[in-house]
Design a protein around this ligand. Structure first.
Ligand SMILES: Cc1ncc(COP(=O)(O)O)c(C=O)c1O
Length: 369
């Protein structure tokens, strides 16, 4: 068997005709930037998430950058996130002169540990923003994180780039903080056919600032009040995303079903399966296990045609680019330990039961060796 880690073509085979029709509609209208499709997607996405506003941008990275600035942060301000996320969570803001700080994760869910967050905020009272990541499709322990941030006057920008449709105690990812950032990178639970992203918020002032920042600081045509960027979701991506959004819950349901098949198939094997927290509705952007002899297992799976990845092999505080922050090996033991032990297995809506059984059997064979 050959099992891809993602299979976007297969996932979307059923909606190909609708995608082509949407593509042709945009071609025949002849409008490509910030027009009707983007506006309609923004309204539909805000309604899906449950926020008053949504603003389309060029990527998830830009959604974090513009989201953070719209919440009032400036170069030189400090923000906190976790070290075991995609580099963009930190770099989106640090490349604009903001200063990243990190706190450790919970060993079970790999998400921000509220106690570690509080420990840091107690020590560093000048941290102004918290960027918790809903990693692998599971929201972090948000009620506690909100309470901690509330005690220290810290704003919250959710990194929901891996968590479209996820929930925390019944509340959607994206509605939990002051604003949130989503990515439409092609492999995401809701992905486009290039780069794209979306910011959401309930706050009118933050919304207005997001609109200006994504388009040269423009408040009205040819009126520029602040410095801004050019970061606009395009009409083509918006039209294709509008075809896909109504399918998102069904696809997430299939991801959850496939995760439950893995959970059963891996039972009794010496691997740690993902922990789905009781408060969370996990949408399994990734299915991540932990194992001893991780690298040997990865190679064995590869030799049997099972593509697998590590999200992420180097915690961000150990990346060369952040050497100036003064962190070192041992700074965040739980994140570091996870990075040595985790493997992402193939998981997507169209993955078949026989493929999942094959992956589980192959892992079983490895441990019999
Ligand atoms: C957790 C997380 N944050 C941020 C991003 C950045 O999104 P994008 O690739 O759309 O810029 C991604 C996606 O790659 C991500 O997984």
């Amino acid at each position: 068997m050959n099992i891809k880690i993602f299979d976007i073509e297969r996932d979307h085979a059923d909606i190909k005709t609708d995608l082509i029709a949407a593509f042709e509609k945009v071609l025949s209208k002849g409008e490509y930037i910030l027009s009707g499709e983007v506006k309609a997607l923004e309204e539909e996405f805000a309604a899906y998430v449950g926020t008053r506003h949504a603003v389309g941008v060029a990527s998830g990275t830009d959604a974090i950058k513009i989201g953070g600035l719209a919440l009032g942060l400036n170069a030189g301000d400090k923000f906190v996130t976790t070290p075991n996320t995609y580099i963009a969570t930190a770099m989106a803001l640090s490349e604009h002169g903001l200063i990243p700080r990190f706190c450790d994760i919970e060993a079970d869910t790999y998400n921000m540990d509220p106690a570690a967050l509080e420990g840091l905020l107690k020590k560093e009272s000048d941290i102004r923003l918290c960027v918790p990541v809903h990693l692998y499709g599971q929201t972090c322990r948000f009620d506690e994180i909100r309470q901690v941030c509330g005690r220290y006057g810290v704003k919250i920008l959710e990194d929901a780039c891996q968590a479209h449709g996820s929930r925390c105690n019944g509340k959607s990812a994206g509605t939990l903080g002051d604003a949130a950032a989503f990515s439409f990178y092609p492999t995401k639970n809701l992905g486009c056919y290039g780069d794209g992203g979306m910011m959401v918020t309930d706050d009118e002032g933050v919304f207005k600032k997001m609109l200006m920042l994504r388009n040269h600081g423009q408040s009205d045509r040819h009126v520029h009040d602040i410095h801004g960027f050019v970061s606009r979701l395009d009409e083509m991506q918006a039209a294709l995303l509008r075809v896909k959004l109504p399918h998102l819950d069904d696809w997430n349901g299939r991801r959850r079903h496939n995760a439950s098949l893995y959970d059963k198939g891996l039972e009794g094997l010496p691997v740690k399966r993902p922990v789905a927290a009781a408060f969370a509705h996990h949408v399994y952007h990734l299915y991540v296990i932990e194992a001893d002899r991780r690298d040997e297992l990865r190679q064995f799976l590869g030799e049997h045609g099972i593509v697998n990845l590590v999200h992420y092999p180097t915690p961000i505080h150990l990346q060369k680019v952040y050497g100036y922050l003064g962190y070192s090996e041992g700074s965040f033991p739980r994140a570091e330990e996870a990075s040595r032990r985790i493997i992402s297995l193939p998981l997507y809506p169209s993955l078949r039961e026989d493929e999942i059984s094959f992956v589980c059997r192959t892992i079983g064979e490895f441990f019999k060796k």
